[in-house]
Design a protein around this ligand. Structure first.
Ligand SMILES: [Fe+2]
Ligand SMILES: [Fe+2]
Length: 171
């Protein structure tokens, strides 16, 4: 059977050439929006929406952390070990919070104040990370230094989304 390739859409081309730093920043915004929508769903006590948003947020955040720990943070250890350790520690804290929130969602006993605190913590982490990690490793020159297939792997890991992550966790 002959596979017919569809012509590439302009937005697909734009998305392929998007700098890696912009991709990570866009992913921060996506996750933050999901968490805010989740808070709204908590307030409305809409369990169906909570379950759907939670799955997307949980797997998206874990994939994001994993992409950074696999492709970016190891390189930061060579530049400044102390800063790399700070980020690793913050990731550990974020995973603990995520697990706590997940338990609360399963038991339908989420404290809204704790969920709001988590939004603030993620924002603070995003600021620290942009300064310590993205600005150093993903400046335009750094982005260009990321060779294929590394660049392709980072993009794939970041945009893996819930399904790819779920598959990986199940393996
Ligand atoms: Fe991070
Ligand atoms: Fe990040």
């Amino acid at each position: 059977m002959i596979a017919h390739k569809r012509p590439m859409q302009a937005e697909q081309i734009a998305s392929m050439t998007m700098p890696i730093r912009d991709r990570f920043l866009a992913d921060h915004r996506r996750l933050e929006t999901l968490l805010e929508q989740l808070l709204a769903a908590f307030e409305a006590n809409d369990r169906e929406v909570i379950a759907k948003l939670w799955t997307e947020f949980d797997s998206g955040l874990l994939a994001h952390l994993e992409a950074e720990e696999t492709y970016l943070i190891p390189a930061l250890f060579w530049i400044c070990e102390r800063d790399a350790r700070v980020l690793v520690q913050e990731h550990r804290h974020i995973r603990t919070r995520l697990a706590e929130l997940g338990v609360g969602i399963d038991l339908h006993v989420v404290r809204l104040s704790a969920a709001r605190d988590f939004v603030d913590e993620l924002r603070a982490h995003a600021r620290t990370e942009d300064r310590l990690l993205y600005a150093r490793l993903l400046d335009p020159a750094g982005d260009a230094r990321l060779q294929e297939p590394d660049r392709a792997s980072v993009i794939a890991a970041l945009s893996a989304g819930p399904r790819a992550h779920a598959k990986k966790s199940a393996a």
